[in-house]
Design a protein around this ligand. Structure first.
Ligand code: IVH
Length: 674
């Protein structure tokens, strides 16, 4: 290839990658596989490393990797980045409508656009000749901070517009405004990863998004699942549409992700639209704290002027508050399955968004100390979406002097054993596996569907067994007798027989399920399958060193230490010995690296919907996992196949929408037999 040809190819790949990125992160509808995408990126990197002077700011390779900054540079916005006045009731909205209609009668007939009010951070994005050149925070509305390198890591943000070649040519200079945020699911996944690694978790998506955008090191920002929605044009050197409805369409055609919007002809319709958004609040992918009502004719809206920092042409109609204050009566502690001891707030009952709350999470003991939360304090509390209510902090001004500082327990509140703290981790642990509180949770997990799947051994019976001293560790269930079970309340011989036969049946579960059932910190279903691919039985796994374990995909240093540590502990070795005696000792041929590569389903992720004839969900899961595949609960862009049975659920529609291939049981068999 001549240099000129290579350069043309470079432009073509950049365009293609940006387009596929947009399909994936904005439209949620990829048209190529991750493998093909990675190949394009590799080709781009190869050309750019041979010709460093050809690297341009809109190259997808420029999203991450910029050097850390010492501080953010201040930038002046091209025009004031205004805020919004708030309405809290329908009456406030009608009053606003009457006020602005009196100023200009045309308001009565122009219509309104209603959008969710995204609870994120305002960002101001500059494009020069279609290339993203600068991104800034709102700051005081006049001067913000330059966070360009951080914003480049946000994959939903187009580095070049229009994304699609058929899109409109933007004006030479265009500045748009939007909201950067983290979707609730991504936030939960992030916290789950941190929790499994024994690190402190984040409080809420908004603060995490804000903190991530204000990192001086863009490399760190790149590790956070930020995304963006764009809803306004701040300034442009050429013509842009004059109504909000058309502007959103225009921004969308340039390749910006835009919020879903309702167009309403009358003010009554806008109230209805607000009600619809409010009802669907918990189903939105992100946190929203209200709806924004905008006069559709933007020239008319601007002509109405501003009051302070609030334009008259739009108003934020806030959702019912989910933040309240109440008294902190006491602090309790929970002992989790892995022995993690977590504090929770015992509160004066309070209603938040229609639900009465008496308890809330306090995250961890460091949180109580850092926020200086004291027993007797009046505290602010939040309940957002499906997230567990949590205490934000004390209202220091309301202190009477009677409040008491809190000392974390030095001993487990249930078994009395001294609690332990691992260096570098925030969590405190009760390491006594026979601790009754822990034992209940451990046994509940041991018997659960993803583990040993013991039908009939639910939490109620687990509690009875522990309370009656019939089990002192999870392995004891294999020596339970009918006579013992009959001593428990509610047990007749049929029930006892059934339970004993499901306990017996669980002895045949594959190794991966037993590993998962042990409840080792950081080792869940997926990791257990990975470990079972490398070790023949629990004997082999128990001899693995940290170095051996770290070589396994997905096993980081914390998990490796947790595994080694688990097998070293005396009570656990006793459990293992009892399991061996009871013949709960699956032996499976480990998968050699070569076979692992050749495993039919490796690298494939399946989602299952509906019932499949002659095979249970869990059996299917095992079959897929034993052949190297992964099983996930929800459809995403990473799903390789949706396995459909009779009476499928909504996953089928989602798969169709995302273009995920849909297969039946026979197709799965063919994939395995290939
Ligand atoms: S329009 C002059 N639309 O809410 C127009 N703002 O409380 C002002 N926000 O600072 C903004 N979603 O950060 C608009 N769909 C949306 C929004 C939105 C979230 C934020 C924005 C603004 C704040 C005002």
């Amino acid at each position: 290839m001549t240099d000129q040809e290579l350069h043309t190819r470079l432009d073509q790949i950049k365009q293609e990658i940006n387009y596929h990125n947009y399909r994936y992160h904005v439209l949620d509808s990829p048209v190529i596989s991750d493998y093909e995408y990675d190949k394009l990126v590799k080709e781009l990197k190869d050309i750019e490393s041979a010709h460093p002077d050809w690297v341009t700011p809109d190259s997808p390779t420029q999203r991450a990797g910029a050097a850390p900054l010492d501080k953010f540079v201040k930038v002046r916005h091209p025009g004031p980045i205004l805020s919004l006045a708030n309405a809290f009731t329908g009456g406030d909205v009608f009053a606003w409508f009457e006020r602005v209609s009196r100023l200009d009668e045309r308001v009565r007939s122009t219509g309104f656009v209603v959008e969710p009010k995204i609870d994120g951070l305002t960002v101001v994005l500059h494009y020069h000749d279609g290339i993203f050149v600068q991104g800034a925070t709102r700051g005081d509305g006049v001067i913000g901070e330059d966070i360009t390198a951080n914003l480049k890591t946000v994959r939903a943000l187009p580095l070049k517009i229009p994304i699609e070649s058929k899109g409109p040519k933007p004006p030479a200079e265009i500045v748009v405004r939007g909201e950067a945020f983290i979707n609730i699911r991504d936030f939960e996944k992030l916290n789950q990863r941190l929790e499994e690694a024994g690190e402190s978790t984040y409080q809420n998506p908004r603060n995490t998004a804000a903190g991530s955008l204000r990192q001086l090191d863009p490399g760190l920002t790149a590790t956070r699942p930020l995304t963006i929605l764009v809803y306004a044009i701040v300034s442009a050197s050429g013509n842009t549409p004059a109504t909000q409805k058309e502007r959103l369409q225009y921004l969308h055609s340039l390749g910006f992700p835009v919020p879903e919007a309702h167009f309403c002809k009358t003010i009554d319709e806008t109230i209805n639209a607000y009600n619809q958004i409010s009802e669907k609040r918990d189903q939105l992918a992100y946190e929203a704290d209200g709806a924004v009502i905008k006069i559709n004719d933007l020239t008319l809206a601007e002509g109405l002027g501003v009051v302070g920092k609030d334009p008259r042409g739009a108003i934020a109609y806030k959702f019912q508050a989910r933040e309240v204050t109440t008294g902190l009566l006491d602090i309790g502690v929970n002992v989790g399955r892995t022995g993690v001891i977590t504090p929770y707030a015992i509160l004066e009952a309070v209603e938040v968004g229609g639900v009465v709350v008496r308890q809330a999470t306090l995250h961890n003991f460091d949180y109580i100390r850092d926020k200086d939360i004291r027993i007797g304090d009046r505290v602010a509390l939040i309940r957002a979406g499906d997230v567990i209510p949590y205490v934000i902090g004390p209202i220091v001004d309301l202190r009477t002097g009677q409040e008491q500082t809190y000392e974390p327990p030095t001993n487990c509140p249930t078994c009395g054993q001294t609690v332990e703290h691992f260096a570098g981790e925030v969590a405190w642990f009760c390491v006594n596996t026979s601790c009754p509180a822990q034992l209940i949770r451990n046994l509940e997990h041991f018997a659960s569907r993803g583990a040993m799947d013991i039908v009939g051994l639910g939490i109620k019976i687990v509690e009875q067994l522990v309370a009656a001293n019939l089990v002192k560790d999870v392995a004891d269930i294999y020596s339970l007798s009918e006579k013992q079970l009959l001593t428990l309340e509610g047990f007749a011989s049929k029930k006892a027989e059934n339970l004993l036969s499901s306990i017996e049946a669980s002895k045949n579960r594959p190794l991966s399920r037993l590993i998962n059932a042990l409840g080792i910190r950081g080792v869940g279903e997926v990791m257990a399958v990975e470990l079972a691919h490398h070790f023949e039985d629990l004997d082999q796994l128990s001899c693995a060193t940290i170095t051996d374990l770290e070589k396994i995909q997905g096993v980081g240093p914390n998990i490796a230490v947790a595994i080694v540590d688990w097998f070293k502990r005396e009570p656990n070795t006793r459990v293992l010995e009892k399991l061996r005696q009871a013949d709960v000792w699956p032996i499976e041929k480990p998968v050699s690296p070569q076979t692992s590569d050749k495993m039919r389903l490796s690298e494939l992720t399946f989602v299952i919907t509906g019932t499949l004839p002659g095979v249970t969900r869990d059996e299917l899961k095992d079959i897929i996992q034993e052949n190297g595949g992964k099983v996930s609960d929800s459809i995403s862009n990473n799903t390789s196949y949706l396995l459909v049975g009779e009476q499928p659920g909504s996953k089928l529609d989602k798969a169709r929408k995302l273009g995920v291939p849909i297969i039946g049981l026979d197709d799965l068999k063919k994939l395995i037999a290939k």
